[in-house]
Ligand binder design. Sequence first.
Ligand SMILES: Cc1cc2nc3c(=O)[nH]c(=O)nc-3n(C[C@H](O)[C@H](O)[C@H](O)COP(=O)(O)OP(=O)(O)OC[C@H]3O[C@@H](n4cnc5c(N)ncnc54)[C@H](O)[C@@H]3O)c2cc1C
Length: 409
Amino acid sequence: MHHDVLIVGAGHGGAQAAITLRQRGYAGSIAIVGAEPEPPYERPPLSKDYLSGAKPFERILIRPAAFWEGRGITVLPGRRVVAVDPAAHAVTTADGAVLGYGQLIWAAGGEARRLACAGGDLAGVHTVRTRADADRMRLELPAVEQVVVIGGGYVGLEAAAVLRAAGKRVVLLEQADRVLSRVAGTALSRFYEGEHRAQGVDIRLGARVEAILGDGRQATGVRLGDGTLIPAQMVVVGIGITPAVEPLLAAGAEGGDGVAVDAFCRTSLPDIRAIGDCAQHANAYAGGQRIRLESVQNANDMAITVAKALTGAAEPYHAVPWFWSNQYDLKLQTVGLSAGHDTAVLRGAPAARSFSIVYFRAGRVVALDCVNAIRDYTQGRALVEGGARCDPAVVADITVPLKDLAAAA
Ligand SMILES: Cc1cc2nc3c(=O)[nH]c(=O)nc-3n(C[C@H](O)[C@H](O)[C@H](O)COP(=O)(O)OP(=O)(O)OC[C@H]3O[C@@H](n4cnc5c(N)ncnc54)[C@H](O)[C@@H]3O)c2cc1C
């Protein structure tokens, strides 16, 4: 079977690439081959309102099931690509099928990292990456009283919030000395630690997990490096992902942590592009460093970059990174990348549960974290996009709208 465009991965990036190709009038054949059994669905609700049960699966589909057929897009779910042959322009799936392509778009995201310690594969130990993961957790939850969440990143914190709201006792273990250390400044970390503790989550920082304890089959608790034993009937592991790029690297693509792409999302192999969580690219908002971004924005915007390139309107990828996280009644919106900032300015009062943190590097605004502060988020975007130079003292003054600063910068 041959497709003019073959997309590997039926997630956010893969779906958006197919949608944008058709929107732009692409008339060739398009197929999306995906390892999961479902048609493309939204991943963020898996640790938010799908996990809580507030949203049924139908409401997290990226498009209704009939959409794909209606647009002439073939969706091949439940099929994992295990090999790529760039010379033959063909991929092989785990069930032995060979699919030919004119252009290949690799949008395979990543696999949730698993615990390497003893007991990491006991029943009751869960990662949160797929619908199946969330469904397994939901099925077990009625019999669970105490959960240990391992990892204080977005996924771990969001899961902790949902589990608390469901009435479970929750212990959250983070190996660093603060939560969200990879993505946010210290003040934001401290705010979220305080909020979770106020909600009754037992957060333990600097915690080293030594083993998951079990009765031979089912997890019964977690043992820490200092000997502490924490009983639990469920363990949720949110410790990041491993980019799903092995078949591409095995075929000779450049990369390491992900697959290397240029500004048009081209890999080093002919007619193969990569997008989304697995694409390692030089990002202007990270000072040109090669990074991977794990966000719906990045997956969608890279998909659009590729669709434009394949329809004769190539434009380099230059989208400003943004991200959101919902925990309890807190809506966090982030624009830009705060890593490497030298100054962080608070706008508003965390006690009022509506505030922003504006990050600067060498005098320029590089990112904002906005908590229940949508106006700052929408108005602050321009500051990040333009790398605005503003006076931190003025930024701290909440009576000055950020749009005035954007206009003046
Ligand atoms: C629980 C959770 C909450 C999140 N919350 C947010 C949020 O609030 N905001 C935000 O911006 N981002 C959030 N993210 C991140 C966001 O979901 C990802 O950045 C986004 O899904 C990346 O899209 P993608 O297309 O690169 O990969 P994915 O959406 O992961 O899709 C990749 C697909 O490819 C499939 N695949 C992998 N290997 C193969 C193969 N060899 N053959 C065939 N198919 C394959 C996978 O099974 C998967 O279905 C969250 C992620 C998780 C897990």
